[in-house]
Each structure stands twice: as structure tokens, then as C-alpha cells.
Design a protein around this ligand. Structure first.
Ligand SMILES: NC(=O)C1=CN([C@@H]2O[C@H](COP(=O)(O)OP(=O)(O)OC[C@H]3O[C@@H](n4cnc5c(N)ncnc54)[C@H](O)[C@@H]3O)[C@@H](O)[C@H]2O)C=CC1
Ligand SMILES: O=C(O)[C@H]1O[C@H](OP(=O)(O)OP(=O)(O)OC[C@H]2O[C@@H](n3ccc(=O)[nH]c3=O)[C@H](O)[C@@H]2O)[C@H](O)[C@@H](O)[C@@H]1O
Length: 483
């Protein structure tokens, strides 16, 4: 509800309560975020629109396009009531009081800022469509992760073609959900961040968006700032999270060389309340669609601001991440007698983390690339990744792998553990799926080539038990007592 002060400054043109929200982009952010808004705000009609008919069809089918624990149940409760997925972009924009822009912002693969700057093509196209079709004033919410000052660019794009008497208030409202835990993150966020103009209309718009979240989030957790601080906070949060992983992974290299154990070290330092115990899990390296992209975005910003040392500092987070993957593969090749040629390797997991089918920037992609360069035959076991998606990732031109070779040498088994492990020289854990802990490793050992190796890139298995079965085991960040 708006406060009395907000009522006083409420502009005439926006004097109605929020009844209709449109979200442009039905992806990993737009879909779950709007499902929760619809679930928690039955009085608001929520339309999630996308240009991809295929994606919209999937949202409207029993097989929604995103695997996210708890999401399907919420979608099925609201769909057709106050939650709608449609390609009728223009119609939904026109009806909306608030429009979320949740489109993809990948790293540019061409032109100025190649490999660094975010590609704002989709944001621009969404803004231009809004500007063209909106006949009434709207609050526009930047939900996508964008560079600092993007709200200013969006405001200019919106002005390009707009109808007379139509005004737009642009807010920054970055999303902090993590895949695999999106529903919990959305229902119980650490905070909601809203940035807007520091004037009456800006404050009023912030109040309006805030009133939507207040349906389920405590007011004290809704932080408001100016737009640029909000935009930079999102990049900074992701950079700091990724930096913690690279820090712990760099320490894992010292552990392997020195005999210390990264799990013990992480535990010991995590007890310090100033450090905290989250995000200290050593791994094969972080993946996901955002960490690398957003750090590159930050580096590009620093370079443009002539902050060379700062750019270099953040670049090191990415350098360590690549180093961690290479180090892991080098160890595997060395243990397998310096050649993987025609050897079957079983990858446990291809998704970038557990509880998602998302493979974007997954560490497994680069690991497969190294294996294929070594001539290995790969069988991937992943409960949620689709074959076409995996092949698409491995066909990325940057990997420079001939597609026919990829299709010949890489197989996917969703759940058939025996098929995946039969005749394999090594099991390589790339994703921390819980189900991998439950396998019958005694039985698996019997059907593998000997010596049978396990490389645990996620520290999820019982290494001593595996060694007692007869496996040769290597794990990130520790030296194991193999017999
Ligand atoms: N994936 C994640 O967990 C998180 C992502 N973000 C940010 O949110 C944004 C979206 O990310 P995702 O949802 O993962 O991307 P996504 O690729 O899953 O979804 C984006 C959707 O937007 C649609 N789209 C693009 N241009 C459009 C247009 N003009 N009109 C209608 N639809 C259009 C695409 O077809 C696609 O379905 C990115 O900026 C990302 O950095 C932020 C927090 C978490
Ligand atoms: O902007 C985004 O897209 C999101 O990026 C991350 O979320 P996400 O990438 O979905 O997942 P994370 O849990 O952060 O994991 C990222 C990667 O780091 C790895 N990781 C995570 C934690 C850890 O201790 N060690 C580690 O290797 C994960 O396995 C995964 O590969 C952030 O956690 C979210 O807050 C943010 O909204």
C-alpha cells in the first residue's frame, strides 16, 4: 500500500493501483519471478511474454521449459487464473501498469566490446516495442542484469517513439535468485533492491513496485537506492560471489601441492563470522550464465572508466576459474598414463550445478573440450540435461570441435548408470547431483576397466570407501591415500 506521503506526490497519470504486470522474457528469471508474483498477488494479472513460440508453448504444457524444484507446482496453481504465458507481446504491454524487462543480456560476440560488454540488443528491442505500442504511462523495471547507466539508455530508447502524454519511469530491480534454489530465493529473498530517480515521480514509482513485493516480503528487506548504485550492486554481488569461489579454488591448488585438505581449510575459515561459511566449496570451477558474463561486464566498465588495475583484479577471478578446469583435466590425463585416446570417460553431470538442467557456461563443457582434444570417448550421465542442449553447447564455434566428431564421440545417458559406466576408464564428477552419492560403486567398479579411476571435482563422494573398493581416487583440493 502506498503511504500518505507517497499519495501526496503520486502523479495524476499513474493514479491507479497495480492490477496488471507484463514481463518481457519467459526465461530462467522471467518465468520463476512472475510465477511467484502471480502466486503471492492473486489480485494482479501477470502476463509473461516472449518472442519464442516454442518457449511459450512449453510453459503452457505439462513440461515447463525450466527444471527448478517447486516451480511446476506453483505454475500449475496460477496458470490460466492470474498467470499467462503468451507471444502477444504488444497486447500485454498495452494492458500493463508495470513492465519487467527480463530478456537475455549475453556477452557481445561482435564489434566494440567483443567478449566483454553485454549485448543489449534484446533490451533495446524490448524498450523500442514498449515505446511504440504503449498508449498509457508505465513503470518500466530493468530486471535483466545490465551495465551501469543502462536505465539512462533505456529511458532514451523509450523516448524515441513514444505517444504523446505517455510517460515512463524506469527502475532498476536486479534479480538475485540462484538456479536450483530459485523458488526459495524468491519466496524468502535476502533483500529486494530497487533503484530509481531521486525525484517525486521516481520515488512514487519505487513505492509502486515496492507495494507489489510487500505482498510477501517484509518492508525492512526492500532496499531503495539511486539507479546507478542498484545496477552496480548487481554486478558487484556476482563478482564478489565468483571471487570467493576463485579464492577457494586457488587455495585448493595449494592443498593438492602441500597435503592440506581444502574441506578442512574451508570449514576452518568459514567459522570466522566475518568470512561466513557459504560459497567456500572448492570445485572444478564455477559455471552458469551469469558469473563470467557479469565479471566481463564489470571489467569492461572499469576499462571504460580508465581503471586498469581494478579491471585486472577482477580479470584474475576468471583466470583462476579457467586454471582450475585445466588443472583438473591435466591431473586426469596424467593419472590415465598421459593419454585418453579411445578411452571411455564417464562424466557424472553436465549441468552447471545440481537441481537444474541449465548447461550455460558449465565447467563440464570446457572439460569435454579438453577430453575430446585428447581423443577420449565421453558418456555423460545427467538426470536433467537434454541431449540436444549438450550437443549445442559442444558445437559452440569457440570450442572449435567438428560437430560430426562430437556426435560420434559424446553420448548422454540420463539415468542408466550401468550403461554409462560399463567399460569406462574413469568417472569424472562435474556436477554435485545428490543422486551420484547413492550409486552402488562396488557394482560400478566391477564393470569398469582396471585400474578404475574416479576424479571428484565436487567433493561429494566418500573417497575412503571408494579406495577400499579398489578405485584410484583423486579429488579437488586434497591428496588421498590411494593404495
Ligand atoms: N539465469 C539466472 O539465474 C539469472 C539471470 N539474471 C539476468 O536476467 C536476464 C535474463 O536471464 P535468463 O532468464 O537466464 O535468460 P533466458 O535466455 O533464459 O531468457 C530470456 C528470454 O527473453 C526472450 N526475449 C529476448 N528478447 C525479447 C523481446 N524483445 N521480446 C520478448 N522476449 C524476448 C528470449 O526469447 C528468452 O526466452 C539476464 O540479464 C541475466 O543476466 C539475473 C539473475 C539470475
Ligand atoms: O545473476 C545470476 O545469474 C545469479 O548468479 C548466481 O546464481 P547461479 O549462477 O544460478 O548459481 P550459484 O549457486 O551462484 O552457482 C554458480 C556456480 O558456482 C559454483 N559454486 C558455487 C558455490 C561454491 O561454493 N562453489 C562453487 O563452485 C556452482 O557449482 C555453479 O557452477 C548467484 O548466486 C545469484 O545470486 C545470481 O542472481
Amino acid at each position: 500500500m502506498a503511504t500518505d506521503t507517497q499519495k501526496e506526490i503520486r502523479p495524476e497519470y499513474l493514479s491507479k493501483p497495480i492490477k496488471n504486470i507484463c514481463c518481457i522474457g519467459a526465461g530462467y528469471v522471467g518465468g520463476p519471478t512472475c510465477s511467484i508474483i502471480a502466486y503471492k498477488c492473486p489480485h494482479i494479472q501477470v502476463n509473461v511474454v516472449d518472442l519464442s513460440q516454442e518457449r511459450i508453448n512449453a510453459w503452457n504444457s505439462p513440461n515447463i521449459p525450466i527444471y527448478e524444484p517447486g516451480l511446476n507446482e506453483i505454475v500449475q496453481k496460477c496458470i490460466g487464473k492470474n498467470l499467462h504465458f503468451t507471444t502477444k507481446v504488444e497486447e500485454c504491454i498495452e494492458k500493463a501498469d508495470i513492465i519487467f524487462i527480463s530478456v537475455n543480456t549475453p556477452t557481445k560476440t561482435y564489434g566494440v566490446g567483443l567478449g566483454r560488454a553485454p549485448d543489449l540488443t534484446y533490451v533495446e528491442s524490448a524498450a523500442r516495442t514498449i515505446s511504440k505500442v504503449a498508449k498509457t504511462s508505465k513503470i518500466i523495471v530493468e530486471k535483466s542484469t545490465v551495465p551501469v547507466k543502462a536505465a539512462e539508455s533505456i529511458t532514451n530508447m523509450l523516448k524515441s517513439n513514444h505517444q504523446p502524454n505517455v510517460e515512463f519511469q524506469v527502475l532498476s530491480n536486479p534479480e538475485f535468485l540462484a538456479e536450483g534454489t530459485a523458488i526459495n530465493d524468491l519466496l524468502k529473498p535476502d533483500r529486494i533492491l530497487i533503484g530509481g530517480d531521486n525525484n517525486e515521480k521516481g520515488k512514487w514509482a519505487i513505492g509502486q513496485l515496492s507495494s507489489v513485493y510487500e505482498n510477501w516480503v517484509e518492508k525492512s528487506l526492500i532496499i531503495t537506492t539511486n539507479t546507478w548504485s542498484s545496477e552496480l550492486s548487481k554486478l558487484a554481488a556476482n563478482a564478489m560471489l565468483a571471487q570467493r569461489i576463485s579464492s577457494v579454488n586457488s587455495i585448493s591448488a595449494i592443498c593438492e601441492a602441500s597435503g592440506a585438505d581444502i574441506e578442512h581449510v574451508s570449514r576452518a575459515i568459514g567459522f570466522d563470522t566475518r568470512i561466513g561459511n557459504k560459497f567456500l566449496q572448492a570445485s572444478v570451477g564455477f559455471g552458469g550464465s551469469c558469473f563470467q558474463k557479469d565479471i566481463n561486464n564489470l571489467i569492461y566498465l572499469c576499462e571504460n572508466l580508465n581503471l586498469k588495475e581494478v579491471a585486472e583484479y577482477w580479470h584474475q577471478v576468471l583466470v583462476i576459474n579457467d586454471y582450475q578446469k585445466k588443472r583438473f583435466v591435466d591431473k586426469i590425463v596424467k593419472c590415465l598414463f598421459n593419454t585418453l585416446n579411445n578411452k571411455k570417460i564417464t562424466l557424472l553431470g553436465f549441468a552447471f550445478k545440481k537441481n537444474t538442467g541449465d548447461t550455460r557456461e558449465s565447467a563440464a563443457i570446457q572439460i569435454c573440450k579438453y577430453f575430446l582434444d585428447e581423443g577420449a570417448l565421453i558418456t555423460v550421465l545427467d538426470p536433467k540435461v537434454e541431449y540436444e542442449q549438450m550437443i549445442l553447447e559442444l558445437s559452440n564455434p569457440q570450442l572449435n570441435l567438428p560437430i560430426e566428431m562430437v556426435k560420434r564421440k559424446v553420448q548422454l545417458c540420463s539415468t542408466d548408470v550401468i550403461e554409462a559406466c560399463k567399460g569406462s576408464h574413469a568417472l569424472v564428477v562435474c556436477t554435485e547431483w545428490d543422486i551420484f552419492k547413492t550409486y552402488d560403486y562396488k557394482g560400478i567398479y566391477e564393470i569398469m576397466q582396471k585400474p578404475a579411476h574416479i576424479f571428484d571435482g565436487r567433493l561429494i563422494l566418500d573417497h575412503e570407501q571408494l579406495i577400499s573398493i579398489g578405485f584410484h581416487v583423486e579429488a579437488v583440493g586434497k591428496k588421498l591415500n590411494n593404495q
